[in-house]
Design a protein around this ligand. Structure first.
Ligand SMILES: [Zn+2]
Ligand SMILES: [Zn+2]
Length: 323
């Protein structure tokens, strides 16, 4: 079958990749659409040492199982459901897990993918396939209110105007009236302004901090960069909370004393609830289609990855098959 395969730092389009074989409890899904994510670009730089078919954001048609013939999306953590961590209700942290398109499980930049049945969610009929492909990153944004209580009057700052920053700002703006997103790209900030969400450019913000503006109750780092956490620390109030969505490959040096002095809570945050993301897409309460900047056929996947890597693109989609 056709697939985009990563081996070491070498990524290639192949027409002869062997199709996946469904293991016990898995279902073969015929992929319709896939999304390129920052994590895919990190994997290409050696993060996790992944080899195999890339891609973990997808919509497809289940070939068998409970949702046979229907459109599905899939959670990416393939947990063992037998260990103590799974039994304790933390399957996304199963020590025996593999992760679709990220860690020892072939991904979705291919005609077919094998997914555990229990990871699959049916896509509600009104949700377009192009919108459903955002379920995985949108679920990651919904993980923030799943992990901590956010109040209507909390001052919330989201750092980073990329795909995840945009989605986190939209989710949090549904909870707090005081959300502002800080970014570098006026055209990306404009997408949020069109939804009535406040934004600022990084430079303006630093001037404001020097001028002593109110610091935030909650700062969410979606910068994908080493500078995110130090910036977040400048912006958060004493006893405030920083949510880290950024994974930086390699080690990070920074002064930690301000965390102690200001008694700041730092919360790591990763995958989130698919059901909440699908419900929001179904209700139309989150705007995702304007985030699609380019689309390519699967056979043009290498060019698609290049386009995603060039800073301007928000979300690049791969068209794998028509429904
Ligand atoms: Zn992703
Ligand atoms: Zn387990």
């Amino acid at each position: 079958m056709r697939a985009i395969v990563l081996e070491g730092s070498d990524v290639s389009f192949r027409t002869d990749n062997p199709p996946p074989v469904a293991a016990d409890g898995e279902v073969i899904v015929r992929v319709l659409r896939a999304g390129i994510c920052e994590t895919d670009l990190q994997l290409m730089r050696g993060y996790m040492g992944f080899r195999g078919v890339l891609g973990h954001e997808f919509v497809g048609i289940a070939e068998a199982g409970l949702y046979a013939g229907q459109r599905v999306v899939g959670e990416i953590n393939c947990s063992c459901w037998r260990c103590g961590t799974c039994a304790a209700g933390r399957p996304t942290h199963c020590p025996n897990r593999t992760t679709i398109g990220i860690d020892r499980h072939d991904g979705a930049f291919a005609e077919f993918i094998a997914v555990p049945q229990r990871n699959l969610h049916r896509v509600p009929d009104p949700v377009p396939t192009d919108a459903a492909v955002f379920t995985e990153p949108l679920a990651a944004a919904f993980q923030i209110p799943a992990q901590l209580t956010v109040n209507r009057t909390d001052r919330v700052v989201v750092l980073g105007d990329g795909r995840l920053g945009n989605l986190c700002a939209q989710v949090l703006a549904g909870i707090s009236d005081r959300v502002i997103l800080i970014g570098k790209h006026p055209e990306k900030l404009a997408l949020l302004n069109a939804l009535g969400i406040g934004t600022a450019l990084v430079g303006d913000l630093q001037a404001n901090v020097a001028g002593g503006i109110d610091r935030a109750d909650l700062v969410v780092d979606c910068t994908g960069s080493e500078t995110g956490l130090p910036t977040a620390l400048q912006l958060v109030r004493p006893r405030g909370t920083i949510v880290l969505k950024t994974t930086v490959a390699g080690s990070q040096q920074m002064p930690w004393a301000p965390v102690v002095i200001d008694e700041v809570t730092i919360v790591g945050s990763r995958c989130g609830p698919f059901d909440r993301a699908l419900a929001a897409l179904d209700a139309g309460s989150i705007s995702v289609l304007p985030l699609i900047s380019r689309r390519f056929d699967l056979s043009q996947g290498i060019q698609a990855l290049e386009a995603a890597r060039s800073g301007g693109a928000l979300k690049v989609l791969l068209d794998v098959a028509s429904p």
